[in-house]
Design a protein around this ligand. Structure first.
Ligand SMILES: Nc1ncnc2c1ncn2[C@@H]1O[C@H](COP(=O)(O)OP(=O)(O)OP(=O)(O)O)[C@@H](O)[C@H]1O
Ligand SMILES: [Mg+2]
Length: 241
């Protein structure tokens, strides 16, 4: 669990603690996500995975400790600047999709651009919609899509701004194996073709094996790391948690 430092890191956490009343969801977690790396985060339910992602992405503020994105200390930024940095540099795929029901798929996907005051280039939108296999669904509302299609729309929305870092909280949890593979391929491509950094929470050792390394959380702490994971080795480590 060697700490990486400097500009090779896309996101860096130092002694990050997050408490909710009596509950300590994260305990002094220090971790650096390498730029252009694909990291899976695993751990039992309640071990702090979502809290870890929310703190690392600037969606939530730690109770104590430091989070840096691209070297910028989030704690030193005012709310508006933090929001802007998140919009410009971060993509987030929520476990529950969080698509806006009254908007078309295309409008959902381009929403982060509009929020950032940027134009949605039609060719780029068409390209990303094609990549996620939703070309014939782009004009539909989310309620007219299957769960897998909604998740792919949520991934397109996270990728549309070409963020430096993409956080995905169990994006394949509700998907059939084939759709899950498509989603993982998209995330892998974001790393390999576009040099983006991906952090993926998953319960699935096969999904984790798509990553360059796996970080294991237990009781709000990082307890293990596995580089170049295979599904079998991930399962073995998982069982020993
Ligand atoms: N908003 C909140 N208020 C109070 N407690 C919370 C809140 N969010 C999380 N917790 C608690 O913090 C701990 C870690 O929660 P977290 O959601 O990070 O776990 P997780 O590893 O993502 O679990 P799961 O696999 O079930 O999604 C849990 O004990 C949870 O009950
Ligand atoms: Mg969670």
């Amino acid at each position: 669990m060697a700490a990486r430092t400097g500009t090779a890191c896309a996101v860096q956490l130092e002694a990050v603690t997050r408490t909710y009343g009596e509950v300590t969801a994260l305990k002094e977690v220090s971790w650096a996500f390498p730029r252009g790396g694909f990291t899976a985060v695993m751990g039992p339910s309640g071990s702090g995975k979502s809290t870890f992602l929310h703190c690392a992405s600037g969606l939530d503020r730690p109770t104590s400790g430091t989070v840096r994105i691209g070297g910028v200390d989030l704690g030193a930024l005012r709310e508006a600047k933090r929001t802007r940095l998140r919009r410009e540099r971060i993509g987030f795929v929520f476990q529950a999709f969080n698509l806006i029901p009254t908007m078309s798929v295309a409008d959902n996907i381009t929403l982060p651009l509009r929020l950032a005051g940027r134009e949605a280039d039609p060719a780029r939108l068409a390209g990303i919609v094609r990549r996620v296999g939703l070309s014939d669904r782009a004009a539909h509302r989310p309620s007219e899509l299957s769960g897998g299609q909604q998740q792919r729309a949520a991934i397109a929305r996270a990728l549309i701004t070409e963020p430096e870092v993409v956080f995905a909280d169990e994006p394949t949890g509700a998907l059939d194996p084939r759709t899950a593979r498509e989603v993982l391929r998209l995330l892998r491509e974001a790393v390999d073709a576009a040099g983006q950094t991906v952090v993926l929470v998953t319960h699935d050792p096969v999904a984790a094996s798509w990553a360059d390394s796996v970080v294991f959380l237990s009781g709000g702490r990082i307890v293990d790391e596995l580089a170049s994971p295979t599904a079998a080795e991930v399962s073995r480590r998982w069982e020993s948690l």
